[in-house]
Design a binder for this molecule. Structure first.
Ligand SMILES: [Zn+2]
Length: 356
């Protein structure tokens, strides 16, 4: 029986069978999703233009999801698991940022979750202080698109310096507070771009008390990107990473080998990863196979293959499982990776906030 999840995606018998075969025995009882987007859709003040929707596949897949819907979906997606999360709104100037941050704060308090505030690079220190004081909010989710608006693409500010959208005065405050920052790195060359490596090392040197988490393993979705980006930073044991949106078992393996399971946090990047299908890799690029007729979905697979598609978030979990098995990780390390690490760090940052 199909159960509607969110947007155009359902939970089907294929997903139930996939969970039973690959995930039921492996996924720990306690999970933390350390990277998930949640908002009230009413805060999306304008819908994206057709150009913008077609400029990047995520734009077509992404529909804002509220906390009730998220909680309902997670009870289906992670059967009989205790799931907590670190959630945040959409870092996008077509949304009401203040409204989203207050919403995330209220929902986190009501549900025992924790949240990050989508941050605006133009905020003054006192504006930042006000947002960091919101209950349940433990840090910032900055993003280069918050620098300025573009109707045609989400990449107008892709080649920015990190300090253009996470300025030094904000970093000083976040460091003082021991706050959390989940950083989506800029540049088409991804994490391995020399400016990213230099600037992340500078943040770690100058602001060692803030908790820096590199999102999507530095946007390392292919093996070459993972090797270039992860290698120069992997030895820093004070730096943390989330593995959300990574479906590539080879990338998970590189991350686990180089960074180690104690510095990696599980995340989904939902609601995007409710998408059905599978991802394939060619050198430095990937192709998303999916069964929904999205505009970007031009290279379809045979109907019998599409019929076997499960959710991307399940494929990501299976890829992570394969990498853990290949490296012979202990059960305790798997449990840390999927929940224990995030729980410990959230507790640490929440305590620092209480003391401040
Ligand atoms: Zn995200």
């Amino acid at each position: 029986m199909d159960i509607p999840l969110h947007h155009v995606f359902n939970y089907t018998d294929v997903d139930r069978a996939f969970w039973a075969e690959h995930l039921e025995a492996w996924v720990p009882k306690e999970i933390v999703d350390a990277h998930v987007h949640v908002t009230n859709p009413a805060f999306q003040r304008e819908k994206p233009s057709e150009d913008r929707r077609r400029s990047f596949w995520v734009m077509e897949v992404l529909e804002p999801q509220d906390a009730d819907s998220l909680a309902r979906c997670y009870a289906i997606l992670y059967p009989n698991r205790n799931v907590s999360l670190l959630g945040f709104g959409f870092p996008d100037l077509s949304y009401d940022t203040a409204g989203q941050n207050e919403y995330v704060s209220r929902q986190c308090v009501a549900r025992g979750w924790h949240g990050l505030a989508v941050s605006d690079p133009h905020w003054t220190t006192s504006e930042c202080e006000r947002v960091l004081a919101l209950p349940g909010i433990i840090g910032f989710k900055p993003y280069y698109e918050m620098i300025g608006k573009s109707d045609s693409t989400r990449d107008a500010h892709l080649e920015s310096s990190i300090f253009d959208f996470l300025p030094h005065p904000q970093l000083e405050l976040l460091n003082d507070r021991g706050a959390w920052v989940t950083l989506h790195v800029p540049h088409a060359d991804r994490l391995g771009h020399p400016q990213n490596i230099r600037e992340i090392q500078e943040i770690r040197r100058r602001y060692p008390k803030l908790l820096l988490v590199i999102a999507h393993l530095g946007r390392s979705y292919t093996e070459p990107h993972a090797l270039e980006g992860i290698t120069p930073l992997a030895a820093d044991k004070g730096l943390y990473w989330d593995n959300c949106a990574v479906l590539n078992p080879a990338v998970h393996r590189i991350a686990l080998e180089k960074i180690g399971p104690e510095n990696i946090l599980y995340g989904t990047d939902n609601p995007v990863f409710y998408m059905r299908g599978r991802r394939q890799w060619r050198g430095r690029s990937y192709i998303n196979r999916t069964s929904h007729p999205f505009h970007f979905n031009k290279e379809r697979e045979a109907p019998e293959i599409e019929a076997g598609y499960t959710l991307y978030m399940y494929e990501a979990l299976k890829a992570l499982k394969e990498a853990c098995a290949g490296l012979g990780l202990a059960r305790a390390q798997v449990e840390a990776l999927l929940g224990g690490n995030a729980r410990r760090l959230i507790r640490r940052v929440a305590e620092a906030k209480r003391r401040a």
